[in-house]
Design a protein around this ligand. Structure first.
Ligand code: NAG
Ligand code: NAG
Ligand code: NAG
Ligand code: NAG
Ligand code: NAG
Ligand code: NAG
Length: 543
C-alpha cells in the first residue's frame, strides 16, 4: 500500500516561504535605487552580500499582508458570499441554503514505500485533493444546526445565520500562520434591487418603515431582493496529465429561469442574469487565475461581482458583522502597496463601474474606530473606476460632488473652488456621509440605504495626479485589450484623499479591512463583463 504524503501543506509552506522571500524586497522606485550600481560592483569585487545590503538599511522593507502571497499556493482557499442592497441576506434562495459557500482543499500524493528507481508506476501515482468543506456544509441554511455547533444557533434570523456560517466555513478552511491564521479569498456578489415597500434596508443605519416607489432603485415587484442561485464545481485535477487544478462557483439571480445547474450558462443565448468565477492553476507553477463573468438582466440590471481580500477577524468593509478572510495583517495608510495582474476581456457596457481598486474601511466621524453601532459607524470607500466611459461628474459648475480639497503628493492642498488648480478630471464623484454634522456646502449625500451604516465614497478616475502612486494616468490604461500587472501605492494615495471628520478630532487611522477588484454594473440590463485576476498581493512596510 502506498502511503499518503500531505503535499498540500508542503507545497504550500515551500511556496509561502519562497514568496515571503520574494516579497520582502525593496521597491525599485525608492530613491535608494541609485545605490544599486555600487552594490553590484561591491558584490562583483567579492564583498559579502550582507555587507553590501546594509548600505541600503534605510530603504523600507515590505512583507505580504495576505495568507497566500501572489496567489501561488496550490492548496486553495476560496469562498463566496452574496449580499442584498443593504449588505444583508434578507431571504435565502429556495434550496440554496444561506448564501455563503467555500472550496478549500489540501493536496496529498501517494508515494511508494521503496526507493526503487525502476518503479515506473511510481511516476503515475496520482495527487489526491482532500476537500475540507462538504456539499452539506455549503448547503447549510436557516434552521440547520452547524455540525458540532449549538442547536440554538440554527434558530437565528437569516442575516445572523449567514454570519455564523461564514465563521463555520472559516474554521474548516483556516490555515495556521503568523501573525494570525487566515481563511480564504472572498468572492462577493451583490444585487442593487430594492423593494422600497418591504422596509428591509435602514436609512443611514436607522430603521425605517415602507417607502413609496423610488425610481432610483430597480425592483420588478415582490421578492426582487432575492439571493441568487449558487452552484459549485469542486476543484479537481484536470488536463491530460491531471496537473491542472480547476473549479468554479456560478449561478443566476433569475430564480424562475432555474431548471437545474445545467440550464445556467455563460452562453450568449442565455438571457438571464449570470455570474461565474472559475479558478485555475497548474500544480506547482505560477499563480491562480480567477476568471470572472457577470451578466445583468432586465430584472437584475444592477449587479456587483468582486474578489476581496478581507480581514481575518473584525468587520470587513461595508459589513457590521465579524468576517473571515485573507488579510492576516490589516493594511494601514500610508505604508502599503497592492500588486496584481488584471485582464479586462469584456467591459460590461458604459455603466460598468470597473474598480481597478476598491477599498473599504470604517471609522466614526470623530475619528474613532467603528464598534458595530450602525448609526455612528461610517463605511468609507475609495475606488478608481477604469471604464473610459465613466466621466468626471466633479467640475467647477458641480462642486457638490467634488471633495472639498485635493492634496498633491508634496502635501499641498488645493480647495475645490480654486478653478485653475483643482484637478476636477481626477474625480468621478465624491459624496458625504449622511450623519456628518459640519459639512461644507455645497455637498451631496451618499445613498443612505445601500449600507447597514452611513457611508462616504471617493471615486477617482485615471488622471496625471495619480501617476505618482503608480495608478493609471490616462483613460483606457488597463482597460480591454491592455492587460497589465499593477503595483499601486494604495497606502500613500488613500492617505492623501479627503475623508470627512469633525473638526478638532484626532485623525482616524485609515485601516483598510477590504481590498478588492471587480465591477458594479449600474442599472444597465443585458451587459456582460469578463475579466481575470492573478498574482494578487498586499505588501505592508515592515516596522
Ligand atoms: C532512498 O534513496 C536515497 C538516495 O538514493 C537514500 O538516501 C535513502 O536512504 C533511501 N531511502 C530508503 C527508504 O531506502
Ligand atoms: C504532459 O506531460 C508530458 C510529458 O511529461 C509533457 O510533454 C506535456 O507537455 C504535458 N502536458 C501538459 C498539458 O502539461
Ligand atoms: C450556445 O447555446 C446554443 C443553443 O443551446 C448552442 O447552439 C451554441 O453552440 C452555444 N454556444 C456556445 C459558445 O457554447
Ligand atoms: C464608451 O466608450 C467606447 C470606447 O471609447 C465608445 O465607443 C462608446 O461610444 C462609449 N459609449 C458611451 C455610451 O459613451
Ligand atoms: C506641490 O505640487 C503642486 C502640483 O504639482 C504644485 O503646483 C505646487 O507648486 C507644489 N508645492 C510646493 C510647495 O512644492
Ligand atoms: C473658497 O473656499 C474657501 C474655503 O471654504 C473660502 O475661504 C474662500 O473664500 C473661497 N473662495 C472663493 C473665491 O469662493
Amino acid at each position: 500500500m502506498p502511503k499518503l504524503d500531505k503535499v498540500g501543506s508542503h507545497i504550500g509552506m515551500a511556496s509561502m516561504k519562497e514568496s515571503r522571500q520574494k516579497t520582502s524586497f525593496r521597491f525599485l522606485n525608492h530613491p535608494h535605487i541609485r545605490h544599486l550600481p555600487i552594490i553590484f560592483l561591491l558584490l562583483i569585487s567579492g564583498w559579502k552580500g550582507t555587507t553590501a545590503l546594509s548600505v541600503n538599511d534605510a530603504a523600507p522593507k515590505y512583507i505580504s499582508a495576505v495568507g497566500d502571497p501572489g496567489m501561488r499556493r496550490d492548496a486553495l482557499r476560496v469562498a463566496i458570499e452574496s449580499w442584498n442592497q443593504c449588505n444583508e441576506v434578507g431571504e435565502e434562495a429556495p434550496s440554496m441554503g444561506s448564501p455563503r459557500a467555500a472550496d478549500c482543499f489540501d493536496i496529498y500524493k501517494a508515494s511508494p514505500k521503496t526507493n526503487d528507481s525502476r518503479c515506473s508506476l511510481c511516476k503515475l501515482l496520482p495527487y489526491i485533493l482532500v476537500h475540507r468543506v462538504t456539499e452539506d456544509d455549503n448547503r447549510l441554511g436557516l434552521g440547520d444546526p452547524f455540525p458540532g455547533g449549538h442547536l440554538a444557533e440554527a434558530g437565528l434570523d437569516v442575516n445572523h445565520y449567514a454570519v455564523l456560517k461564514e465563521l463555520y466555513l472559516g474554521a474548516k478552511c483556516q490555515v495556521e500562520d503568523t501573525p494570525s491564521p487566515w481563511h480564504f479569498w472572498m468572492v462577493m456578489l451583490k444585487s442593487g434591487n430594492m423593494d422600497t415597500f418591504a422596509a428591509k434596508c435602514p436609512r443611514n443605519g436607522h430603521r425605517v418603515g415602507p417607502l413609496g416607489p423610488d425610481a432610483s432603485f430597480p425592483c420588478f415587484g415582490k421578492g426582487c431582493m432575492n439571493q441568487p442561485l449558487m452552484y459549485h464545481d469542486y476543484t479537481t485535477l484536470q488536463g491530460p496529465n491531471l496537473t491542472t487544478l480547476k473549479g468554479r462557483f456560478y449561478g443566476s439571480w433569475d430564480l424562475d429561469s432555474n431548471s437545474g445547474s445545467s440550464s445556467i450558462s455563460s452562453n450568449s443565448s442565455y438571457s438571464s442574469s449570470f455570474y461565474e468565477v472559475t479558478w485555475k492553476k497548474e500544480l506547482g507553477k505560477g499563480s491562480w487565475v480567477f476568471h470572472h463573468v457577470l451578466r445583468t438582466s432586465t430584472k437584475y440590471p444592477w449587479l456587483m461581482l468582486y474578489l476581496r481580500s478581507d480581514v481575518t477577524s473584525g468587520f470587513s468593509g461595508g459589513y457590521h458583522y465579524p468576517t473571515r478572510g485573507m488579510s492576516k495583517i490589516i493594511p494601514q495608510s500610508p505604508n502599503f502597496k497592492v500588486r496584481f495582474t488584471l485582464n479586462v476581456i469584456r467591459g460590461g457596457g458604459p455603466n460598468s463601474q470597473f474598480y481597478l481598486m476598491d477599498m473599504g474601511s470604517c471609522w466614526k466621524n470623530n475619528g474613532l474606530p467603528c464598534d458595530g453601532d450602525v448609526t455612528s459607524d461610517v463605511t468609507r470607500y475609495s475606488e478608481m473606476i477604469i471604464n473610459p466611459n465613466t466621466t468626471a461628474w466633479c467640475h467647477p459648475d458641480n462642486l457638490n460632488v467634488c471633495p472639498p480639497y485635493h492634496m498633491f503628493p508634496n502635501g499641498t492642498r488645493v480647495h475645490r473652488n480654486e478653478t485653475s488648480k483643482f484637478p476636477y478630471g481626477a474625480y468621478h464623484l465624491y459624496c458625504s456621509p449622511g450623519n456628518a454634522d459640519h459639512l461644507e456646502a455645497p455637498y451631496s449625500l451618499c445613498d443612505p440605504y445601500s449600507n447597514p451604516q452611513p457611508q462616504e465614497i471617493v471615486q477617482i478616475l485615471p488622471h496625471p495626479v495619480w501617476g505618482e502612486y503608480g495608478y493609471p494616468t490616462r483613460q483606457g490604461q488597463g482597460w480591454v485589450g491592455d492587460p497589465r500587472t499593477w503595483e499601486l501605492d494604495v497606502g500613500r494615495l488613500s492617505q492623501s484623499l479627503y475623508f470627512y471628520q469633525d473638526s478638532g478630532t484626532p485623525p482616524a487611522r485609515r485601516q483598510w479591512m477590504s481590498i478588492d477588484l471587480g465591477t458594479e454594473i449600474f442599472k444597465d440590463p443585458d451587459q456582460v463583463a469578463e475579466w481575470t485576476v492573478s498574482d494578487f498581493d498586499i505588501l505592508v512596510q515592515q516596522k
